[in-house]
Design a protein. Structure first.
Length: 376
């Protein structure tokens, strides 16, 4: 089921009560704003979900390892009852070290699981996040705004939702306790006829079952609360159109400045073309989309060099400069396309293109020689 399904069908309070449209914020938050809020510790998180996990896992540990905890408690009880019978307490021979040993054996497993559950509950909701901004002192909040506080805490739709949520949790837990006690009542009235250990075990198992079922119920109830917190978080980050435009302008730059930079780059490129294309030995074309200028000097180069290249309008400009300066223009579609995409300006052409380029250069040389002979 999607988040939209929960938002539309699960909440009994209309979400329009919490909408941000009334404040002029109608645009979805951008990734930049979401990331900035995350860095500040503002994330979608349900405290109820974390509390439910912290309650459920330690209770589950006690339920699964009840034999270990019962035997440890029995061992501790017998240890101290034996010391009382021997008069160790009266003679001030009591050693406190065993007490701390039993305390560690009983509490450390539960504390470790509870701590791990708290970390797990937060990681499942917001992922791995560490920031100190939420605990950084904010001196602007030294003077409390009691009016806003009481309005939000007592007289707002969010307060009504939290009140309804709390009442629902109390009713669910009360119902679970009532049903379990009702089922166990016929046997509870005869506990006086049972041995002490058996009666205490039955009461303990009944109480543990109530707590375990209550923890599961709280976990289930925290799921819609988490979905609500996600929706509420998104609503709090909603932006106005002016904010979106301003953020886009800051991230992408002023359009006027960008256009000026592009024009400057075109001027620099045109200046480079007028300097490099006239020195080229040949210009290979597509013929309309690509143009690549090659320079070859057998005395200083080991392979022809790509001195200029362009696409569309720039290709037309390269051919124009070449014709103005008497540089041969040769049409070879595969070669022009390959050189444009695979060779950078200022690099020698790869060996795989040597044979084709040599043929072009030889043809140009032969044509030049024939022209000279005709003139002579």
């Amino acid at each position: 089921m999607t988040t939209q399904y929960w938002e539309e069908n699960l909440f009994w309070i209309p979400l329009q009560w919490f909408a941000a449209e009334d404040e002029g914020r109608t645009e979805q938050p951008t990734e930049q704003k979401i990331q900035k809020a995350r860095e500040e510790g503002k994330v979608a998180k349900s405290p109820d979900l974390t509390s439910a996990v912290v309650l459920l896992l330690p209770i589950g540990l006690i339920f699964l390892a009840s034999g270990y905890f019962f035997s440890t408690l029995h061992e501790m009880l017998m240890f101290y009852l034996t010391r009382v019978a021997d008069g160790a307490l009266e003679n001030k021979l009591f050693d406190p070290n065993p007490f701390f040993g039993y305390l560690a054996r009983l509490s450390v497993p539960i504390l470790v699981v509870a701590l791990s559950a708290g970390v797990l509950g937060n990681v499942l909701q917001v992922g791995f996040l560490f920031t100190t901004k939420p605990i950084t002192p904010d001196f602007s909040r030294i003077v409390p705004k009691f009016g806003q506080f009481f309005q939000r805490a007592l007289f707002s739709a969010e307060a009504a939702f939290n009140l309804g949520k709390s009442l629902l949790k109390v009713l669910v837990i009360a119902l679970i306790a009532y049903l379990n006690i009702l089922a166990a009542w016929p046997r509870m009235v005869h506990l006086m006829d049972l041995p002490f250990a058996q009666g205490a075990g039955y009461i303990g198992s009944t109480g543990l079952m109530i707590v375990l079922q209550g923890a599961v119920a709280l976990l289930l109830l925290s799921v819609p609360d988490y979905m609500f917190q996600r929706w509420r978080h998104t609503e709090s980050l909603m932006m106005s159109r002016e904010e979106v435009k301003e953020e886009r302008k800051q991230s992408e730059g002023d359009p006027l400045v960008k256009s000026r930079l592009r024009e400057k780059m075109r001027q620099i490129l045109r200046q480079n073309l007028t300097a490099t294309v006239p020195k080229a030995t040949v210009v290979v074309t597509n013929p309309t989309h690509f143009a690549c200028a090659l320079e070859w000097n057998s005395l200083t180069m080991t392979a022809p060099m790509l001195t200029a290249k362009g696409e569309d309008l720039m290709a037309q400009r390269i051919k124009e400069i070449a014709r103005e300066n008497g540089v041969p223009v040769v049409e070879n579609k595969p070669l022009a396309r390959s050189l444009y995409y695979s060779v950078n300006v200022g690099d020698e052409i790869p060996e795989e293109y040597w044979e084709v380029v040599v043929r072009i250069l030889v043809a140009i040389q032969q044509k030049t020689e024939k022209s000279q002979e005709a003139v002579g």
